[in-house]
Write a protein that binds this ligand. Sequence first.
Ligand SMILES: [Mg+2]
Length: 168
Amino acid sequence: MSHIAKTAPVRKEAPELTGQEYVETVVDLLSEPGRILIVDDEPFNVSGIKVMIQCLTAGIEHFKLKEHVESAFNGKQAVELVKKNFNEGKYFRLILMDCNMPVTDGYQATVEIRQFLKNSEQPAIVALTGHSEHRYIQRALDSGMDSVLNKPAKLEDVEEVLKKYYFD
Ligand SMILES: [Mg+2]
């Protein structure tokens, strides 16, 4: 199974490199694991999911929690991080997005991320919500999220999300 990011290749200026340098650059790009963004206004929820991701990615070559997992505490921060990464030629492969947050909620942040990125650069966005009623799920999907994960997130749920949207 390949863990190389397929949907969001690292964008870099065409390097003026030859020989060994070029080979090293290509190997470097191919081995770059996808990035994950966790967005929740409850720091405890962010930490919990981080720990689960750490467990579930143990043994994946080149994957480092500090390098490949970022977090934001409201939707505005999330949009800003997506733009900052984009400007550095990096993309998130998966975003776990809380729905109810101050400043900008997860629905609005998702709309803005979907508008900002081109199709080939779009991450999977999975809603984190404490509501299981259909209208909340529908609202998440309508805003452009791919699926919904009920809070509090359980290890097996996060594993399923990673399998579906990250490791595929
Ligand atoms: Mg919240």
